[in-house]
Design a protein around this ligand. Structure first.
Ligand code: G3P
Length: 218
């Protein structure tokens, strides 16, 4: 399973990339707004793309097909790692099809149903991003959507990769892995939570205590 970091924060990206733990990055307009200064974000997007050896999703903010395509081309030109992210609307699906015909990779985002995921695959999406946490937020079962999309994509041999998004805690990652999502995009807090186990800390404390008590050296 590929792990993407869901952030536009370069410090967090470099921390995870330096550890060799991430396969790519996803951003969205809200995440970018948290860290962007006034003005163009092109330089920031280029820095993010250069920080990882893998796909970096950069989202269009246009809502109409032709404007999305135009923005998508600009985003794709920033760096070879750029993946254009478009919303799962009628215009977004049309923009996806057009950008894919130019061989530009596309991540179709804001997916909340299996029927939407089917259309994204038909439009040639490189990635589909179902939003797990936001479905859970309204008392739905986000993980059920990952199950359904996996089944449909396998039934018909769609190559679109399932990118589980809106991940809120480690169990979301574990469940998505078990179902067979191709990728998970996770906030940096959750990435580091994945490494934690109280028995690891306890065991390490005991090892060091015993070692120091014996006065041993390497
Ligand atoms: O990047 C899209 C998605 O992961 C957003 O997550 O937590 O805002 O629902 P969240």
């Amino acid at each position: 399973m590929k792990i993407f970091l869901d952030t536009a924060d370069l410090n967090e990206i470099r921390r995870a990339a330096d550890a060799g733990l991430i396969d790519g990055i996803t951003t969205n307009p809200s995440l970018v707004a948290q860290v962007a200064q006034d003005g163009a974000v092109t330089d920031m997007y280029r820095d993010i793309c250069e920080a990882v050896d893998g796909p970096v999703s950069l989202e269009v903010v246009a809502v109409e097909r032709d404007s999305m395509i135009e923005e998508g081309r600009k985003l794709a030109d920033i760096h070879e790692n750029a993946v254009v992210k478009v919303p799962l609307t009628e215009d977004g699906l049309k923009a996806c099809r057009a950008l894919r015909s130019e061989n530009i990779p596309v991540n179709v985002t804001l997916c909340f149903s299996v029927s939407q995921a089917l259309l994204a695959a038909k439009a040639g999406a490189t990635f589909i991003s179902p939003f797990i946490g936001r479905i859970d937020d309204i008392s739905g079962e986000g993980m059920q959507l990952i199950h359904q999309i996996r089944q449909v994509y396998d039934n018909y041999g769609f190559a679109t990769e399932i990118l589980a998004a809106s991940i809120r805690h480690p169990m979301h990652v574990v469940e998505a892995m078990l179902i067979g999502a191709d990728c998970c995009t996770i906030p940096s807090k959750v990435l580091w939570q994945l490494s934690k186990h109280p028995l690891t800390d306890k065991g390490l404390d005991a090892f060091l205590k015993d070692w120091n008590a014996a006065g041993t050296e390497i």
